[in-house]
Design a protein around this ligand. Structure first.
Ligand code: ADP
Length: 997
């Protein structure tokens, strides 16, 4: 009862809005009447007049009545003209109706206009697109597919150009020069994914502003907005490519050894399970027997959690409980030793939850009997200390350190590969977790069972599975840029939408996108007849009834549109109709242009068309001759969708513009939705029990029950989408920040300011970490390391003594930054000024891109692992947020650091580099020996290592290296280290004060 009143109320609310528009409509029509006296040129001159008035401060709302009138009047003048649309000739026959003017106002106000199919949304959009383009920014319209973008831009383009506006459309495969030109026009049509990808390319990949194609994100109307914001919710657009190869992947080399290890362990754990089950099945088993068995089972779980025999044993709930209990008990601190003992008897252990697999000591010995330490991570810090103690020359020491470090990297990569191979062998089963097709490993979605081509497991797991299966090992891909369609559309200053069906999701549009829905009345009253649903016991009964119904209509000559949910259903029905001798056409949403043409003929006498939900959408079905008398188009639904909106879409395909029409849905108790609805509903279970095969049920009461089942599912789905969006928001905010900086650099004449902001921030962090401004004061060692860092990055000849006296960190910060600026000024004086801007941009963008892409991958992994963490009392979303924040901080740290590192290590040309070096060397001599320009020395070294000049980097070979840059980099194969965590080298210092410095 309540919802009935709410509906009434909601209806009144729409009517109120429409009434408010009426006086505006009257004014538009008055203006339009007066324009009829103008010449074509005078009408066209209106466009410039409006533009000028807007420049002088008039608002769009003030200009609206005249602007809409101009569009309407232009449409009137075009009536009877022949226009070419997609290579076909059409005669223009449209002048905006009053309800279309209301629709136009709604769209201009940034709302969603719900207008029934056939009400002419294409024409409605011309009004606000024209108006909003007058400010000189790009007005855009998003269509469902490429074909409609072209068709509508060409069709409506005649109207725009009549008024002196330019219009274009974006198509797949268009080269970027053409895209830029299209976005440069007043009005641009295109699909959501083309717009979204262009945005990603512009902001995540373009390295020069000339390569960017979009102008702005000003005003956008999204056609079929419900399908974009609701159905496609959460489909992110992703630009990815191969990740840079760092080293030969060791999977192939390590595979045979790991395979042997897994086979050995399998034998061992199978024996354990056997022993455990023998104990458990013993008639006179004691409590001790049970305990022993439990420990054996636990050991199997530690070594091979997915062991088949173990899983079979676990089918007995009693044993499952026993194992779970033991597992919990044993993982308390008390029993650490015991668990450790169990583990040490194995060859390797697997921790499913943490995606971790480790060799044990015996495992290592078995894998490399000749060198059991081959897979132990060396203790780099101790090795370095040992090396320092030697009596070698500094060069020899340096070389020894380098060798040690390289070995560390190889070993840590091997360990990682072994871990992934162990998981691939022990946890991932072919034809369950993945399948092999055409020599590729394809992931199987665990929920739907569908194969997901193109998706890859991350972090080397996919390569490990490829190595296991002996297929070609493909390179890791890396995400360069990604955005969800929803988040893309949230960027527009003004967003509007149109659709035939939005009302049922109005709450969602408003809550999430702040878009209000207005239902626009139809031009002529709708006389469609919606019959009650028919319900059958089985699917077969249902299909038979559908075929009978179609056959009957076909014999009458009444055209039928048969809507299905899946391609498979379409095919089943097609076969059945063929057997029944009914000639028909099948559409599967694959060939947009052809399908649009076929659908437009679906209203002809005697035609039968089967179409999936998506096929031929956005095309209007006109009735053929004599069809009106037969009752118009008959729309048959073969299943109720989860969401009422999709059903309404299907119904809406008939009865356009006051035409007659008929709709009916056929359902069966085997349908997904009904199965869901039947669960736990007593009345329906009685119905299920009493219903006979072939029997047909039909009652308005049933329609209402089904609708309430749909509402429940809708609400659930809304909650899920809302949740997912909250996750998305986190990354979205981060993207805004990063793209903001990146774009700032791209568009700045010189990116110097951004660079120095970053340097200043980095310095502030470092001064704080050194202890300036803190109670404990600054220790000599940390001060030395700060000065060392400064000198290895910037040629400013910093000395320890200068710092000790000062204590005010603010003052210190300014002084240091000033000195770096001065040094940079020196550099500027010897650089090629024209190229310097480019170099600075490169420094910023390169740093951002590298780390941002890595960050995207990490965030993806975080998202996945958080899903696993949602046990216990923790809220996964807030976990995700705080982790994501930490990741972002680290990202910004990395970007800043890379900018600091590259500033004095790059030059516009080689000569500049040498000049700077000479100048600095001279000033260094004047200042004393401690002031060697080490930053440059280090640069010359690293550049030399790269084999000369790479890109904008030039080298000064003459440079005599004095202090080298710390070359130790702890790679991230090992667990990530937070800045405040203890350093993994074992020094006992915080990471940020040790290797992380
Ligand atoms: P929708 O997208 O709302 O379903 P379309 O934009 O495809 O509708 O238009 C449906 C049909 O109505 C088109 O054939 C169009 O020519 C026609 N039409 C739209 N507006 C008018 C009008 N004002 N006068 C006459 N015909 C119109």
């Amino acid at each position: 009862m309540l919802s009935f009143f709410l509906q009434k109320f909601a209806g009144r609310h729409h009517r109120k809005y429409v009434e408010k528009c009426r006086p505006v409509v009257a004014r538009i029509n008055e203006f339009e009447k007066s324009y009829q006296a103008l010449t074509d040129d005078q009408l066209r001159a209106k466009t410039d007049e409006f533009r000028a008035r807007l420049k002088q401060g008039e608002t769009l709302d003030q200009v609206l009545p005249e602007a809409f009138a101009a569009v309407k009047n232009a449409a009137r003048r075009m009536v009877g003209r022949k226009v070419i649309v997609c290579d076909h000739e059409l005669t223009w026959d449209m002048v905006h109706f009053d309800v279309q003017l209301i629709g136009g106002i709604t769209l201009h106000e940034g709302r969603i206009a719900e207008m029934a199919t056939g009400e002419g949304k294409t024409l409605v959009a011309t009004l606000p697109l024209y108006l909003n383009a007058l400010v000189g920014k790009n007005s855009q319209l998003v269509t469902v597919n490429d074909y409609l973008a072209r068709r509508d831009s060409e069709w409506m383009g005649h109207l725009y150009s009549f008024l002196g506006l330019t219009v274009g459309c974006i198509q797949q495969q268009m080269p970027s020069e053409v895209r830029r030109e299209m976005y440069g026009r007043d009005i641009t049509y295109g699909t959501a994914s083309e717009f979204g990808f262009d945005y990603l390319r512009d902001n995540g990949m373009a390295t020069r502003k000339e390569d960017q194609v979009q102008r702005d994100h000003w005003y956008c109307i999204v056609d079929e907005i419900d399908s974009i914001l609701v159905d496609e919710a959460r489909t992110p657009l992703i630009i990815s490519g191969p990740a840079p190869i760092e080293r030969e992947q060791p999977f192939t080399r390590l595979r045979p050894g790991v395979e042997r290890l897994v086979a050995d362990q399998l034998r061992f754990v199978n024996r354990l399970v056997k022993e455990a089950s023998d104990l458990l099945e013993k008639k006179d088993r004691t409590a001790e027997d049970i305990q022993t068995a439990a420990m054996k089972m636990l050991q199997v779980k530690l070594g091979m959690p997915k062991n088949k025999l173990l899983l079979r044993l676990m089918e007995n709930p009693e044993w499952r409980k026993l194992l779970d209990k033991t597992d919990v008990e044993m993982h308390s601190d008390f029993n650490k030793e015991e668990v450790y003992k169990l583990k040490e008897e194995l060859l390797f252990t697997i921790d499913e939850k943490n995606h971790q697999a480790d060799l044990t000591e015996i495992g290592r010995g078995k894998l490399r009997p000749d060198d059991p330490d081959a897979f132990m991570l060396p203790d780099l810090a101790t090795e370095f200390i040992e090396i320092e103690k030697r009596t070698d020359t500094p060069e020899q020491k340096e070389a020894a350190k380098l060798t040690a470090q390289q070995r560390y990297e190889v070993v840590s990569e091997d360990i990682h590969a072994i871990s992934q191979l162990l998981r691939a062998f022990a946890l991932y089963e072919r034809d369950v977790e993945y399948v092999i097709q055409d020599g590729k490993v394809l992931i199987v979605d665990e929920n739907t069972g569908r194969v997901m081509p193109g998706r890859r497991w991350s972090d080397g797991l996919h390569q490990a599975v490829e190595a296991k299966e002996g297929v070609t090992i493909e390179r890791e891909t890396r995400t360069y840029a990604t955005v969800t369609i929803q988040n893309y559309f949230r960027m527009y200053e003004k967003l509007a939408g149109m659709t035939g069906t939005a009302e049922t999701e109005a709450t969602e549009f408003f809550e999430i996108y702040k878009l209000a829905v207005t239902v626009i009345p139809t031009n002529k009253p709708c006389i469609r007849i919606d019959r009650n649903d028919s319900i059958f016991k089985t699917r077969r009964d249902k299909y038979n009834a559908v075929v009978r119904e179609v056959q009957a209509a076909n014999q009458r000559g009444q055209p039928v549109l048969l809507g299905t949910v899946t391609v498979e259903q379409s095919e089943v029905l097609s076969r059945m109709l063929k057997r029944a001798g009914v000639i028909h056409t099948v559409l599967n949403a694959k060939f947009h242009q052809q399908e649009a043409e076929i659908v437009s003929r679906a209203g002809q006498r005697g035609s039968v068309t089967i179409a999936t939900n998506m096929a031929g959408r956005g095309t209007d079905i006109k009735l053929g001759e004599g069809v009106r008398e037969l009752g118009g188009l008959f729309v048959v639904g073969t299943e109720r969708h989860e969401s009422r909106r999709i059903d309404r879409q299907l119904r809406g395909r008939c009865s356009r513009q006051g035409d007659p029409g008929l709709t009916k849905f056929f359902l069966s108790l085997e349908d997904e939705l009904l199965r869901l609805f039947l669960q736990g509903n007593l009345a329906s279970r009685i119905m299920e029990g009493s219903m006979k095969e072939g029997e047909e049920l039909e009652h308005p009461w049933l329609n209402r029950s089904i609708e309430s089942a749909q509402k429940k599912v809708e609400q659930q789905n809304f909650a899920i989408r809302k949740r997912l969006l909250q996750y998305d928001d986190v990354l979205n905010k981060q993207r805004e920040v990063i793209y903001g900086i990146r774009n700032g650099a791209l568009h700045a004449e010189r990116a110097k300011d951004i660079i120095f902001e970053m340097i200043e921030e980095e310095m502030a962090v470092r001064l704080e970490n050194t202890g300036f401004g803190e109670k404990g004061g600054v220790s000599t060692t940390s001060l030395e390391s700060l000065v060392g860092w400064l000198n290895s990055h910037f040629p400013i000849s910093a000395k320890v003594e200068e710092f000790a006296e000062r204590s005010d960190p603010g003052e210190l910060l300014t002084t240091i930054v000033e000195r770096i600026k001065k040094a940079y000024g020196l550099k500027e004086s010897v650089e090629d000024t024209a190229a310097l801007g480019g170099l600075e941009r490169y420094i910023v963008i390169n740093a951002i891109d590298h780390h941002w892409q890595e960050h995207l991958t990490e965030m993806e992994e975080l998202r996945r692992s958080i899903g696993l963490r949602s046990y216990g009392q923790k809220d996964p979303l807030s976990e995700y947020k705080s982790e994501a924040f930490r990741f972002f901080e680290e990202l910004m740290n990395n970007v800043r650091l890379q900018i600091c590192t590259s500033l004095f290590r790059s030059a516009t040309n080689r000569e500049a580099f040498e000049n700077l070096f000479t100048i600095l060397a001279r000033s260094a001599r004047l200042q004393g020996p401690a002031a060697a320009p080490t930053a440059l020395a280090a640069a010359s070294q690293s550049a030399a290592a790269e084999g000369g000049s790479a890109g904008g980097t030039a080298v000064a070979e003459a440079a005599e290296p004095e202090i080298k840059l710390p070359t130790v980099t702890i790679r991230r194969e090992t667990p990530k280290v937070g800045r405040n965590d203890p350093c993994p080298c074992g020094s006992g210092k915080k990471y940020k004060n040790c290797h992380g410095a």
